[in-house]
Design a binder for this molecule. Structure first.
Ligand SMILES: NC(=O)c1ccc[n+]([C@@H]2O[C@H](COP(=O)([O-])OP(=O)(O)OC[C@H]3O[C@@H](n4cnc5c(N)ncnc54)[C@H](OP(=O)(O)O)[C@@H]3O)[C@@H](O)[C@H]2O)c1
Length: 252
């Protein structure tokens, strides 16, 4: 397929690499920032522009990987007839693209993607939705050419999975950040926690999460909880989250 990429951030870059590896032809990168547009276009071996009026209209598929807020402004910028256009957002309706083309949809990567990482997660789950059966089937075939983990999903299920994704990934990563800062300030090694982090994630593949809950809150071990709260006196942000999580575990 001839593919045009709109945006030059994390998703545009990671999916762009996969699309190129799958031997599709990337015809152009369009992004508001000329420097990042050129960087990505150079890597993918195609042309670029930061001017939407210069968009190449010869592509078969237009992949929009811009910030959620920027998607709103797209319809004024481009008209694509019946060329397929998709966005990659978890929480935005496909209908935001309906005034751009007769064929539109979503290709949502259910994974945390960062362009600076040379080693990317393998088999990125791609959740696909088209505005009609033909578009959906074309999108599935395209998605399967870059990932072996492709699902057709409704809009409402995508929105719900996006909420869950924020909890399991963004929130846990924020907890890791707070724990790493705590360890740094208290001069203990965060690295010693790596096996614990790995084990917790691995167990989820075999057991329901609540069955694997351990720690002082599930045991209702009040003296240990008190001790931890004293140790967190100098860390009010972490202490406040510790209290909320303890309450949630004790009352679940
Ligand atoms: N990263 C992930 O893990 C992930 C996973 C699944 C889905 N998504 C979704 O994929 C989409 C892109 O995310 P991302 O992580 O790739 O974001 P990103 O790295 O921040 O890149 C966003 C891109 O949008 C452009 N942009 C931002 N505001 C703009 C505006 N007002 N007008 C025009 N262009 C604008 C940026 O241009 P500049 O370079 O000029 O700022 C950049 O090219 C989002 O809808 C996000 O929800 C992300």
């Amino acid at each position: 397929m001839r593919v045009l990429i709109i945006g030059a951030g994390n998703v545009a870059t990671v999916l762009g690499r996969l699309i190129k590896e799958a031997n599709h032809e990337i015809v152009q990168v369009i992004s508001r920032n000329k420097t990042t547009a050129k960087e990505l276009a150079d890597e993918l071996g195609c042309g670029y522009s930061n001017d939407f009026t210069h968009i190449d209209l010869s592509a078969d598929l237009y992949l929009v990987a811009m910030s959620d807020a920027a998607l709103n402004a797209l319809p004024e910028k481009i008209q694509l007839g019946k060329k397929i256009i998709v966005h990659t957002a978890g929480a935005i309706s496909k209908d935001i693209l309906k005034n751009i083309s007769l064929q539109y949809g979503v290709l949502y990567p259910l994974q945390s993607l960062r362009k600076e990482l040379t080693e990317q997660p393998t088999m990125i789950p791609l959740l696909v939705e088209g505005n009609n059966d033909v578009t959906t089937q074309t999108l599935v075939a395209f998605a399967e050419s870059i990932s072996s983990n492709v699902s057709i999903i409704t809009e409402s299920d995508r929105f719900k999975l996006h909420v869950a994704a924020v909890v399991v990934n963004n929130f846990t990563n924020h907890l890791y950040t707070l724990a790493a800062e705590y360890c740094k300030n208290e001069k203990v090694s965060f690295e010693l926690l790596y096996p614990l982090i790995d084990t917790a994630a691995t167990r989820l593949k075999h057991f329901y999460p609540s069955e694997m809950q351990t720690g002082p809150a599930i045991r209702k071990d009040i003296s240990t909880l008190d001790k931890h709260l004293r140790l967190l006196t100098a860390h009010p942000k972490l202490k406040s989250i510790y209290l909320k999580m303890t309450d949630s575990i004790m009352n679940s």
